[in-house]
Design a protein around this ligand. Sequence first.
Ligand SMILES: Cc1ncc(COP(=O)(O)O)c(C=O)c1O
Length: 375
Amino acid sequence: MPPSLPFVDLKSQYARLKPSIDARLRRVLDHGQYILGPEVAELEAELAKFCGASFCVTVASGTEALRLPLMVEEIGTGDAVFLPAFTFPATAEVVVALGATPVFVDVAENTYNLDPAALEAAVVQTRRAGKLRPRAVMPVDLFGLPADYAAIGTIAAQHGLFVLADAAQSFGAKVGNRAVGTLAPVTATSFFPAKPLGAYGEGGAIFTEDAAVAKTLCSIRAHGAGDDRYDIVRLGTNARLDTLQAAVLLAKLEIFADELLARERLAAEYDRLLGSTVVRPPRHRDMLGAWAQYCVRVPNRDAVREQLGGKGIPTAIYYPKPLHFQPAYQRFGEGPGSLPVSEKVSREILALPMHPYLDEATVAMIAKALMEAAA
Ligand SMILES: Cc1ncc(COP(=O)(O)O)c(C=O)c1O
């Protein structure tokens, strides 16, 4: 079997950034402020500037970036939180961890993101059933494409729902000239190493326009501290981003805009080569995705995957089961057939290698192998 290509190429990125990453890490080792050192505040200012948000609060992971805003909103027992069934488990996990109930909603086939019409129906049905209070909605920007925040915002306003964007995969994306981080009242992202902007370990960030929310998030991430460190004014947790990770992210942020352009160029090249031989990733006129993944859909997915693997082409399945099929979350769902688009997409989806260090010859080789396998 030929040697496998990297699915995400962090080694080439490090080769490009080595002087900057090494210098920044050395600076942290020299000053020794490993927790909330100066790089953390510097990164928060740079991230806010990058996306145009008023406030950025970094945290220990994307999962914490989702959990903390729900804590600020005091979401808990008896509350319904609406989220797509076709997502990474963390979106639902934080809801259940706080004692609230996830209500799974189907995705739209032309975006793989929360379907606004299905959201509206789910909110009305939940209200009518009278057991849970509709409190929040968590749209997910799957594969880096922003959800339909305009339509979701309208429904949320009508029903008094808090909107928390799960932008774990989409930092860097835009709708018109508005960047992810400013599309919802509160936005959570992840710096998991394989994300478009990834650390060398765990990390995440929350963006908001609300100074009071930002201040409460800073308190919660540090055990609920008030103005004094041992003045504990609310229930908190330990969810701070490491200074070393902030240093890595500051170095990577210097080339992030350039990397996003490379992702877009490679996605366009995949699109051009694949034509209509497979279902290509959704695109929307005024949106620029972050291309966390380049996912196609093929009916004979598992056979195609095996054939590509035999040629040394790695692929991944995000996600093989919608959440209402997962043993841990089945009890919150309505079983097979209840969310048909999520169920169908999870059977057909296949992610191809996508990172800024792919070259066009490799994209052409992958596209050719995919078309042969899918034929
Ligand atoms: C959609 C989505 N939500 C949440 C997360 C959680 O982020 P993290 O792994 O940084 O906790 C991820 C990351 O994999 C994700 O893809």
